[in-house]
Design a protein around this ligand. Structure first.
Ligand SMILES: Nc1nc2c(c(=O)[nH]1)N(C=O)[C@@H](CNc1ccc(C(=O)N[C@@H](CCC(=O)O)C(=O)O)cc1)CN2
Ligand SMILES: Nc1ncnc2c1ncn2[C@@H]1O[C@H](COP(=O)(O)OP(=O)(O)OP(=O)(O)O)[C@@H](O)[C@H]1O
Length: 287
């Protein structure tokens, strides 16, 4: 089957014919101003179930494709009615779930599994992995004198970076610990160094009793899970997302965890803020 699409520009008419069997497009009289027409060709391809990437499977358009075409990166040609033909990632909606509530239910199961697996790590392995994480962090978190660096008091098998925190303090950093003020509100951060008084916070996590409140320049956030996009799964309170969203000056966000906590995707939702870097015992992943 062949179809003829006539395109009109102010200057002249162009004819584009599409042969569905041979999957070829021929363009007559197209000797200048090609770029505006490429979008229309792609729309026509989609309408005829042709491959928009010129024989390269279902790949998304790459940056070099776009610059070859001298086209703004946000412009895609397929009409909305053909969305089912397009890579589901285009729509920004997780393809595996119908509603956000389904994603939250899935996350709850994943959290439990990941926390159980983390708690089951042999202590000696956890210590080795934590040392490796601290070594990676040493190469990322440099020039800390006078900087506010937020860490965490470990629980449920998280890496224990308190030793590393003492090294940061010795290098002139002001280390902070997060404080839960109330459900569904951003965290506060209070300064703390070894020897200073702690009190019981929510979920019995120790928090600084007398520390000075400050905003972090660098946030080191423990991970329950993470994915290749550096999206983070936490304990389900939404605390770090709310905090990162509310801070006036965005800090460098570093997620830390063990390699076994990597999952294919956390099925990111609109509120999820990715980490700038995720550090495990074996890898440093930049977003
Ligand atoms: N060591 C450490 N300290 C931290 C954090 C952290 O992740 N690690 N936080 C990072 O934010 C804050 C505490 N966040 C928490 C959030 C939720 C739950 C929790 O157990 N929540 C629910 C279950 C949620 C669900 O799955 O529906 C519960 O109450 O049972 C615990 C801590 C501040 N301090
Ligand atoms: N910036 C925000 N504004 C409003 N609600 C938010 C925001 N960030 C997260 N939430 C809500 O918090 C809840 C938990 O979110 P999510 O599953 O992402 O938690 P989490 O990242 O695992 O937890 P945490 O950050 O405490 O470790 C969700 O209901 C989510 O909609």
């Amino acid at each position: 089957m062949a179809a003829l699409v006539t395109l009109r520009s102010p200057a002249t008419a162009r004819n584009i014919s599409i042969d569905e069997r041979s999957k070829k497009i021929s363009i007559q009289e197209l000797n200048c101003h090609i770029v505006p027409y490429i979008k229309i060709i792609a729309a026509a391809q989609a309408a005829f179930h042709l491959n928009p990437s010129n024989g390269r499977g279902k790949e998304r358009m790459t940056r070099s494709d776009r610059s070859e075409m001298n086209e703004a990166p946000h412009e895609y040609a397929s009409p909305a009615c053909m969305l089912h033909e397009v890579d589901p990632a285009y729509s920004g909606i997780s393809p595996s779930f119908a509603t956000n509530a389904d994603v939250f239910a899935w996350r709850k199961t994943q959290r439990q599994r990941l926390i159980d697996e983390r708690k089951a790590l042999p202590v000696a392995d956890r210590e080795d992995y934590t040392r490796a994480i601290a070594n990676h962090l040493d190469r990322i978190v440099t020039n800390v004198a006078g900087k506010h660096v937020s860490l965490f008091w470990p629980f449920l098998g998280e890496p224990d970076l308190r030793g590393w925190m003492a090294c940061l303090t010795a290098r002139g950093a002001i280390c902070l610990l997060p404080v839960v003020v109330a459900k569904a509100t951003p965290l506060l951060f209070r300064s703390w160094k070894m020897g200073e008084r702690l009190e019981r916070g929510v979920w019995n996590i120790p928090v600084p009793a007398d520390g000075k409140e400050a905003a972090p320049d660098i946030v080191i956030a423990p991970l329950v899970g993470f994915d290749a996009g550096c999206f983070r799964l936490g304990y389900g309170g939404g605390f770090f997302d709310r905090t990162l969203a509310s801070l006036g000056r965005k800090p460098l966000a570093i997620g830390v965890g063990f390699e076994s906590q990597k999952i294919d995707t956390i099925h990111p939702l609109a509120h999820d803020i990715p980490m700038d870097v995720v550090v495990t015992q074996t890898a440093v992943r930049y977003r």
